[in-house]
Ligand binder design. Sequence first.
Ligand SMILES: *Cc1c(COP(=O)(O)O)cnc(C)c1O
Length: 337
Amino acid sequence: MHLSRYPRLHFAHLPTPLEPMERLAAELGTTNKLWIKRDDCTGLAGGGNKTRKLEFLLADALHNKADTVITQGATQSNHARQTAAIATKLGLQCHLLLEDRTGSDTIDYNANGNVLLDQLYGAHLSKFPGGTDMNQAMEDKAAELRSDGAKPYIIPGGGSNPIGALGYVNCAQELLYQANSQSLRIDCVVHATGSAGTQAGLVTGFCASGSQIPVLGIGVRAAKAAQEENVFALAQRTADYLGLPGAVKREDVVANCDYVGEAYGLPTQGTLDAIRTLARTESILLDPVYSAKGMDGFINLIKENYFGENKNIVFIHTGGAQALFAYREDFGYPEVA
Ligand SMILES: *Cc1c(COP(=O)(O)O)cnc(C)c1O
């Protein structure tokens, strides 16, 4: 597997740091060593996991002579924010189609956080009710732009297709290199899984290298069976794209979707507790939609001894803290003496 055969731009700050979480481990009283891979520090627009995918996707867009990119996500999409930033940097127009998946009517949710940043990066925003066929909406937007003479390139939600997933095949290779250079045996990798590209890329990268490192995705939206099927389907397509058909087996794809709560984008008590815990132990900021649901799962599974004793467990921080400001009301008013 040689990723340099695939078109790629280089704008992410890589490699991202791999850091120990000693205060969190002490707080949880675990014999496991806890690590965090700081993909919240990929640099672009405040960072996050979409930046790795966009290195491959934007290379493909330029290869196709696009002058405009279109993508879609929830109102507070981190993917939309990172796409808007790199489009501007490359001199491309950017259209973001935002779906109202939470029904929130607060000013914070609709105008602060990622939306504020989308606006600053000069993206064209349009809003759609929850349940809209967003793929069709992107096709309609592309047709409209084409009739105006533009050359649009559609990036799927979350940047999750085999091209975008290469960003996380690359992350798997990067993590293996970091671990090997410090003789760190990784026993499990855990992260928040949504549109599936992150987990599909990681699993494909770890399987293709024969590393036997298990990956556990903590779901933020779908139920377990659907999430695992989505990830597996994309992992198979990614392996095919790399010329490695059959590299990923169905049992290599594992998701735990017990921490979703009521719905996508709605934090649970556990989500908010995970944000406070990481802020007060490691001074690391999580987000209420993805990384804190993932961390809620990570913390609870450690407490339940899911990983066993004396293991090295790596949590991949996929970013998203920019959305915290959209969820300000969930944290109440600060206590001031
Ligand atoms: C998009 C996103 C995820 C999920 O990644 P997928 O590749 O969509 O599964 C996790 N965390 C954050 C902060 C994200 O923005």
